[in-house]
Design a binder for this molecule. Structure first.
Ligand code: CDP
Ligand code: MG
Length: 163
């Protein structure tokens, strides 16, 4: 039940100085940071992260727009560990479309654009953060972004005082 999931604060989150705010939410929920780095990826790498799956689900146009968005500045990449971490992180992150993301979630609190607006402007939806969608994606993305020696196992306050 203890899972690891991949999270990246996207370029807009970094540029808007929301790194501390976003990290704080995960830490306060008891999720453990087991890997973290700043990385400015190029389009080749971006294509590996946003695989053909995104094209099947969202179309080629969205994948192309994402390629410009995700390489426009550095991201903060991390691996978070916790009980049902994949699902819990998605809950804290909120829905994909900021317009419909619930208040209290990262996307609901810090952005508000809609699919309609982004489509008309031909822009990717700038929604601050990426989080793996499921177990398979989490395994793939953690391997893509981090070497084994960058992933750490240690005890934090939650291990000692809560579990
Ligand atoms: O990020 P999430 O897993 O919630 O959604 P996704 O379906 O995997 O899409 C990946 C990213 O594509 C989203 O986070 C948006 O930044 C972007 N996107 C977009 O720009 N326009 C859409 N119509 C759908 C997604
Ligand atoms: Mg996704």
């Amino acid at each position: 039940m203890i899972e690891r999931t991949f999270v990246a604060i996207k370029p807009d989150g970094v540029q808007r100085s929301l790194v501390g705010e976003v990290l704080g939410r995960f830490e306060k929920a008891g999720l453990k940071i087991v890997a973290m780095k700043m990385q400015w990826i190029d389009k080749d790498f971006a294509l590996k992260h946003y695989t053909e799956d995104i094209e099947k689900r969202r179309g080629k146009k969205v994948r192309d727009l994402l390629m410009d968005y995700i390489v426009e500045g550095p991201v903060i990449a991390m691996v978070l560990e916790g009980i049902h971490a994949i699902e819990i992180v998605r809950k804290i992150v909120g829905g994909t479309e900021p317009k419909n993301a619930l208040p209290g979630t990262i996307r609901g609190d810090f952005c508000h654009a809609s699919y309609d607006y982004a489509d008309k402007k031909e822009l990717a939806i700038r929604n601050i953060i990426h989080a793996s969608g499921n177990k398979e994606d989490a395994e793939y993305e953690i391997k893509l972004w981090f070497n084994d020696n960058e992933l750490h196992s240690y005890k934090n306050v939650h291990d000692v005082h809560i579990f």
